[in-house]
Ligand binder design. Structure first.
Ligand code: RIB
Length: 318
């Protein structure tokens, strides 16, 4: 049976990930010797677009890359995924985004990003989009690696046209409390660290996190998903909170696991799954992603996730 493909519009960053595998992550001022250096397709926006497309969605990607070797390589990879790149702008004489990533033997990572062309994605890019690009029933997804004003403009356009909006505040930027556009967000997906930072705290105690989630609801967000790594995830809908355990996974590289979760969840929601079911499926996709190296390289296909769920379900009754 062929599934109807749902339209998901992703706005976000494209990076080249240069990944150095090391035994340990260095402390400030320390030098560590690496074992291997590998180039991968990355960037939170492109990762989420690939995750939604491999989950079975029909993705349109809005972004900006430079006119250099990295930009050409990343464009070719996204084309290979059959993602619609009509609105991926090449910015002349600007470098493409690059992320320098260290991954240790436990799969933990450190990431520094040179945004390059990603920061040239402007509100004018949103003004230039065709008026009928967003339709009622479409889904719009954005992480936070492109300028805030651009994301805000796109969220507004998506909402004005009846699309459902998903925002992943990663990496966390500043929100003007006088212009709290979180009210434009239907589903907010964030990790514990981002939950704290959005509320002005660098560290979150479990007892505080419930208050912080309530505060985000007060600021207008309807649905909140907090990803908790090897602790699973938490859903808060209509202020009702529920915890879900993780799927078993031997992590070799967690880079891009959060993006896999976001893109996979968007695709399943667009197919009209409940948030609970979509998050469960996304959690399985992320569990598979951490077992393989690289961001986009590790993102599983629809069939891989379905097979994994069938196998785990048989073993655990979940
Ligand atoms: O979320 C993982 C991504 O963050 C990497 O692919 C890297 O490019 C950074 O944007």
């Amino acid at each position: 049976m062929t599934r109807p493909r749902t339209k998901i519009i992703v706005l976000g960053s494209t990076n080249t990930d240069l990944v150095l595998r090391t035994e340990h992550l260095p402390k400030p001022g320390q030098t560590v010797l690496g074992k291997s250096l590998t180039e991968f397709g990355g960037g939170k926006g492109a990762n989420q677009a690939v995750a939604a497309q491999r989950a079975g969605g029909q993705v349109i990607f809005i972004g900006a890359i430079g006119d250099d070797y990295f930009g050409l390589s990343r464009r070719a990879e996204l084309e290979f995924e059959r993602i619609d790149l009509t609105y991926l702008r090449t910015v002349p004489k600007v470098s493409s985004g690059v992320a320098l990533i260290l991954v240790d033997e436990h799969g933990e990572n450190m990431i520094g990003v040179a945004p390059g062309a990603n920061h040239q994605l402007m509100p004018t890019d949103i003004e230039r989009l065709p008026k009928d690009l967003f339709q009622p029933g479409d889904f719009f997804v954005a992480p936070w690696e492109t300028p805030t004003e651009t994301i805000r403009a796109a969220l507004q356009l998506a909402k004005n046209n009846g699309a459902t909006t998903i925002f992943n505040p990663a990496p966390v930027g500043a929100i003007d409390p006088h212009d709290d556009w979180l009210g434009l967000v239907d589903v907010l997906i964030l990790n514990e660290h981002e939950l704290g930072l959005l509320n002005g705290q660098s560290f979150v105690e479990a007892s505080q996190s419930l208050l912080m989630i309530t505060d985000l609801h007060d600021r207008g967000v309807l649905n909140i998903v907090v990803t908790l790594g090897d602790q699973g995830h938490l859903l808060s809908q209509d202020r009702q909170m529920e915890m879900f355990p993780p799927f078993p996974a031997e992590a070799v590289d967690t880079v891009g696991a959060g993006d896999t979760f976001v893109g996979a969840l968007a695709c399943r929601l667009a197919e009209r799954a409940t948030l609970r079911d979509a998050a469960r499926w996304a959690s399985a996709a992320a569990a598979l992603a951490v077992t393989r190296p690289g961001a986009q390289a590790a993102i599983p296909t629809r069939d891989e996730v379905d097979l994994f769920l069938a196998r785990v379900g048989t073993m655990t009754g979940r």
